[in-house]
Design a protein around this ligand. Structure first.
Ligand SMILES: Nc1ncnc2c1ncn2[C@@H]1O[C@H](COP(=O)(O)OP(=O)(O)OP(=O)(O)O)[C@@H](O)[C@H]1O
Ligand SMILES: [Mg+2]
Length: 241
């Protein structure tokens, strides 16, 4: 995936300011403080908000794709949606025209949705709704997957199940972006990090290289203690820096 000089403005306010990125297959965390532009970046590369600049997905320019081609290439998975009163989890997942129905049973299994399929969206918990949105989005089988806060509502077990599965998908050649405010467990599981701050890329590189810089304390205004347990990296926010 390649992004060149990507800018997004809402009502005259420039939110993304000339972003340049090149991402290959792998897992990339998109981090940064509230309002930095993470969601806007994911929506722009998914063709869901207007932008200036160039977004190329597997050598195809996003602007040149029709909707079906676009969804085959890229899917944005929201953290939560407004529940319509009579729609069930099953309706949400099964009635999506872009879903690959051969893949759906696998995701119903991985995200343990069997018992929820007949439940109204207005009655499910936020983690259950998030799992349903993940099942729908992942079943679209796109080559680029942009997940927005997929860890915020699901419990720690589903966080690990999801991240492990995303790793497998990335090893099959998919480009996966995960926007999140949950630095733990995210940063233990990704190959690359894009840190966004004030609509600009403050850092792009490996987690190991990120931790050699002062990027995190600079963008969040918090000091972090880094704790390593085997392959696992935990960041403990200590105090405002
Ligand atoms: N439709 C809109 N109209 C005006 N401003 C908007 C719109 N959507 C987002 N913004 C603003 O753009 C900025 C970036 O928003 P964005 O949702 O991309 O941030 P984020 O990094 O995802 O933050 P968070 O960590 O809270 O999810 C914010 O200041 C937000 O208020
Ligand atoms: Mg966001």
């Amino acid at each position: 995936m390649e992004v060149r000089n990507l800018s997004v403005s809402y009502g005259g306010a420039q939110i993304l300011k000339g972003i340049n990125l090149r991402l290959g297959a792998g897992l990339t965390a998109v981090i940064g403080p509230n309002g930095a532009g993470k969601t806007t970046l994911l929506k722009a590369i998914s063709g869901l908000v207007g932008f200036k600049g160039i977004v190329k997905l597997f050598d195809r320019e996003l602007d040149s794709l029709d909707q079906a081609e676009r969804v085959r290439l890229v899917t944005y998975i929201p953290p939560i949606v407004e529940a319509l009163p009579d729609v069930t989890v099953g309706d949400l997942v099964l009635s999506d025209s872009m879903v690959d129905h051969g893949l759906l049973p696998k995701y119903v299994e991985i995200l343990q949705l069997h018992t929820l399929l007949t439940r109204k969206l207005s009655l499910v918990s936020s983690g259950e709704l998030s799992r349903a949105l993940l099942a729908r989005g992942l079943s679209r089988n796109s080559r680029v997957i942009a997940l927005d806060e997929p860890l915020s509502h699901v419990d720690v077990r589903f966080q690990l199940i999801l991240l492990k599965h995303l790793r497998t998908l990335s090893q099959e050649g998919r480009v996966i972006l995960i926007a999140s405010n949950q630095l733990t467990p995210l940063l233990s599981q990704v190959d690359y990090v894009v840190a966004v701050n004030g609509g600009e890329v403050a850092f792009f590189g490996s987690v190991a290289d990120l931790l050699k810089t002062d990027t995190l304390s600079r963008i969040y205004g918090v000091r972090f203690e880094v704790v390593r347990v085997g392959d696992f990296t935990d960041l403990i926010p200590v105090e405002p820096s």
